[in-house]
Write a protein that binds this ligand. Structure first.
Ligand SMILES: NC(=O)c1ccc[n+]([C@@H]2O[C@H](COP(=O)([O-])OP(=O)(O)OC[C@H]3O[C@@H](n4cnc5c(N)ncnc54)[C@H](OP(=O)(O)O)[C@@H]3O)[C@@H](O)[C@H]2O)c1
Length: 318
């Protein structure tokens, strides 16, 4: 009897999903960037551009005419992605450069070479990220989530900020997440040495992205360089690779998730939409302003995180 009820229930659910599939897909896809902005003569730098949201963002920027620099930790994977972008868009000006955000020497070497070879930078998209890794540390001894998702991009932005200011109007887009709502900054144990939970470590790093965006926007006032953070939606990408449970969940519910192309829309919107030209320090999702958790709005936490980040990276950034 129980088995019959379960089978019948599953049948009804399957039927409903099939019937409503087009509506589910339309809802899951979220907002679309409507801007037809052309980026001829502009330079865009995207971290983690070899796959997922970063790759789709790179394709869109290339189609708009920008010179796109794809900063990837695995150059071979980056070249494969660049080749597929060139195949999709014959006029694409894309190039791959090596950047490992888990290694401050790599970040410094990347920035040094970039500043030597590239005269201008109009759009920086801090896209790369890791989620729910087992406990590991970066080369410099930072916990991997806070190290790659926050500190790596903090250092990269610091090294390139002069170039962005000289190229203004310029924009910075920071990939955060809805997950910032569930995070808090554990100043007493930023690197989770006392206790480690991979989910919370991810949430902490995504909250750090929001706080960094707000504090940087405050410091960039009157420079014509803006910075906004993004929740791309729940996107079926490689991000879940470290968690079997999340991979199963994402596979089973893939119909309810965004494709990477759909997930790239809010990054693209923040990078090019004309109406955002003077908007800074805000958080967006589905190409619209999004809710920021109270802990993401604390100016005191943002300033403290800024100081701690500078100290950890051995830099002075006023
Ligand atoms: N997918 C979602 O549902 C979702 C939701 C909210 C926020 N986000 C955010 O969106 C961003 C993009 O995620 P995605 O879904 O496109 O994930 P993805 O497909 O896994 O792409 C992540 C990218 O980051 C790169 N990366 C990881 N560690 C790096 C390092 N140490 N140095 C340089 N690059 C590194 C990866 O390179 P490899 O390929 O070499 O590993 C890859 O190119 C992330 O910041 C993520 O937190 C995603």
């Amino acid at each position: 009897m129980v088995l019959v009820v379960i089978v019948a229930g599953l049948g009804v659910v399957t039927l409903l999903v099939i019937l409503f599939a087009p509506h589910i897909r339309k809802y899951a896809a979220g907002g679309v960037c409507q801007s037809s902005a052309v980026l001829d003569g502009k330079t865009v730098l995207i971290t983690g551009a070899n796959t997922g949201i970063g790759k789709e963002t790179a394709l869109d920027m290339a189609m708009r005419g920008a010179r796109v620099i794809m900063a990837c930790r695995d150059v071979e994977k980056g070249e494969e992605a660049a080749a597929s972008i060139r195949a999709a868009c014959s006029k694409a000006q894309v190039e791959v450069r090596e950047l490992d955000l888990a290694d401050t020497c790599s970040i410094r070497a990347f920035a040094q070479q970039f500043l030597r070879d590239v005269n201008q930078l109009h759009i920086l998209i801090n896209n790369a990220g890791v989620m729910m890794c087992p406990y590991t540390k970066t080369i410099d001894g930072f916990e991997m989530h806070i190290g790659v998702n926050h500190l790596g991009h903090f250092l990269l932005t610091y090294l390139l900020i002069g170039q962005l200011k000289r190229s203004a109007p310029a924009r910075i887009v920071v990939l955060s997440s809805l997950a910032h709502n569930f995070g808090w900054i554990r100043f007493h144990d930023l690197h989770s040495q006392g206790s480690y939970n991979s989910g919370l470590a991810y949430c902490q790093s995504k909250l750090a992205n929001v706080l960094f965006t707000r504090e940087l926007a405050r410091r960039l006032k009157d420079t014509n360089v803006t910075v906004n953070s993004v929740h791309p939606g729940t996107v079926n990408s490689d991000l879940t690779r470290h968690s079997t449970l999340m991979t199963i969940f994402f596979t089973v519910f893939s119909m309810f998730l965004k494709t990477p192309r759909e997930g790239a829309q809010t990054s693209i919107y923040c990078a090019v939409a004309e109406e955002l030209h003077s908007i800074s320090g805000k958080h967006f999702s589905d190409c619209a302003p999004a809710f920021v958790a109270p802990q993401g709005r604390s100016e005191e936490t943002a300033r403290r995180l800024w100081d701690v980040s500078c100290e950890l990276l051995g830099i002075e950034w006023d």
